[in-house]
Ligand binder design. Structure first.
Ligand SMILES: [Zn+2]
Length: 70
């Protein structure tokens, strides 16, 4: 149980490059799902998908709907 806490005043979200996009990293799936809901509310974003990053132990949002759902 050595989960890091944010003691700093400044919170800088972690990001990583996925293709040509600099994406925000979320530590947990739940965190990403909350961010997706906020984005849908703030930016009227649609069909946000939460997925695990293939480059690290974190999650990202994608605006592309899954192809295998009709
Ligand atoms: Zn990533």
């Amino acid at each position: 149980m050595t989960r890091k806490q944010n003691f700093n005043n400044k919170f800088e979200p972690k990001k990583c490059w996925v293709g040509d996009t600099h994406k925000i990293c979320y530590d947990t799936k739940e965190e990403a799902e909350v961010a997706a809901k906020v984005a849908e509310y703030d930016h009227a974003a649609k069909d946000l998908t939460v997925y695990k990053c293939e480059f690290g132990d974190h999650w990202h949002l994608s605006s592309k709907p899954k192809a295998d759902r009709s």
